[in-house]
Design a binder for this molecule. Structure first.
Ligand code: PLP
Length: 395
């Protein structure tokens, strides 16, 4: 069986530092209940993961296989995940007075959101380690991505979604072969249902940051950003934050790349944007605390941001603070307004979450926190096409 170039060595608790053998299906730290992070032999990885070698590799996130966990080529599930375009949005930049504005268009991923990155890697690794069925609580896109990769692997998929999730997400999961259960409540209530199924049937839970490898898939956004910007990171990254795997993952990627000698010490200022209807991370950032409290009555049209409590809160807050970044809210009305601004000046039709990054950029430019000559990357995390219900209601 063909081995990959993975240099995975162990898992380490992001809170207490306890080490684990990575070759078992694991969820959280058994001592403190916090997320586990994958660690690699970066000295060995640096020998083959070179700038030159990368030029010849296939355009998918698997090009970074040295720093991904999958050990066997047969377990790498490939549907076209990652290696999305980074556009220099010149007309948009002129319109808002920030010429070096870039859009990383994650809407072109499998199932039309960046959730495909995390789930491509997590499902591949669970498949490799012998999981027999997978389960996920999701407000939408994560469930679609899990359903796709579970179908590719031939694993049963159990999806728990809030009852008010737009029907497209339910339909997509079902057509991809998943068993979909609608729950009265929010994503945390769905999480409780998944835990019951795990206890009763031995499913493997692939909730955000409750297994170690979705972060590994999402961190490839950080690698791509560096590679696509010729190994010079931007000044500012604006990211619509829900569970925070993208923030945590990119921050981890920057450290790994520096240790491998691919980049220097410069880091972007990391900006978290949330909806004013659900902003637990922004509140914790503003209060200067390390953990975020549950946000009551979470409400936003941006389903990916409707995450009232995040288990990786301390890791997200650490990335924002260490980078000299900031966390801010925008309203749902602003997301709808700026979706059209982004769409009509760049050609990228964003999800409301993606439009939130533009709204945040405009606030931060007005405050002088972003200077007009800085290089800013906006993450459009999903395609506007998945939100037809929203745009249709605006006509
Ligand atoms: C899940 C999701 C987010 C939030 O991502 P996290 O990495 O969990 O913070 C943002 N946008 C979209 C479209 C999503 O589906």
């Amino acid at each position: 069986m063909t081995q990959t170039k993975s240099t995975l060595t162990h898992l380490e608790c992001g809170n207490c530092g306890k080490h684990y053998d990575p070759n078992h299906l694991l969820n959280l730290c058994t001592d403190c209940g916090k997320p586990l992070l994958a660690r690699y032999d970066l000295g060995a990885a640096a020998l083959t993961l070179t700038k030159e070698a990368l030029r010849g590799r296939a355009p998918s996130l698997w090009r970074y296989e040295e720093v991904l966990p999958v050990q066997h080529a047969w377990a790498m599930l490939r549907l076209g995940e990652g290696w999305t375009p980074l556009h220099h949005a010149k007309r948009l930049g002129e319109a808002i007075g920030c010429a070096q504005t870039y859009i990383k268009d994650e809407g072109l991923n499998v199932t039309a959101s960046f959730k495909a990155r995390g789930l491509a890697v997590a499902v591949s690794r669970a498949y490799e380690l012998g999981a027999r069925a997978l389960a996920i609580p999701s407000a939408g896109n994560a469930a679609c991505a899990m359903s796709a990769y579970a179908a590719a692997a031939g694993l049963p998929a159990h999806v728990y979604m809030p009852r008010d999730v737009p029907s497209l997400f339910q339909v997509e999961c079902r057509e991809l072969g998943a068993q979909v259960t609608l729950v009265d409540g929010l994503i945390n209530d769905c999480g409780a249902k998944v835990r019951e199924g795990v206890a009763a049937h031995g499913w493997f839970d692939v909730s955000t940051l409750k297994e170690p490898y979705r972060v590994e898939g999402k961190k490839t956004m950080g690698y791509e950003l560096a590679e696509q910007m010729n190994w010079e990171l931007p000044d500012v990254v604006i990211y619509p934050t829900g569970g925070g795997t993208g923030m945590v993952g990119m921050w981890k990627a920057f450290d790994e790349m520096e240790q491998m000698g691919l980049i220097g010490a410069k880091r972007p200022r990391m900006v978290t944007v949330q909806s004013s209807g659900c902003a637990p991370i922004v509140r914790a950032f503003t209060q200067g605390v390390e953990h975020a409290e549950l946000w009551e009555d979470a409400k936003t049209v941006a389903d990916g941001l409707r995450v009232p409590i995040a288990i990786g809160d301390f890791l997200i807050l650490r990335a924002i603070r260490q980078s000299g970044g900031v966390a801010l809210t925008v309203t749902d009305a602003e997301m709808l307004q700026y979706a059209r601004t982004m769409g009509s000046t760049s050609g990228v039709f964003p999800a409301p979450e993606g439009a939130a990054t533009l709204a945040a950029q405009i606030h931060l430019l007005a405050e002088g926190w972003i200077k007009p000559d800085e290089r800013v990357v906006l993450f459009n995390t999903g395609s506007g096409l998945k939100y037809a219900h929203l745009w249709a209601a605006m006509v």
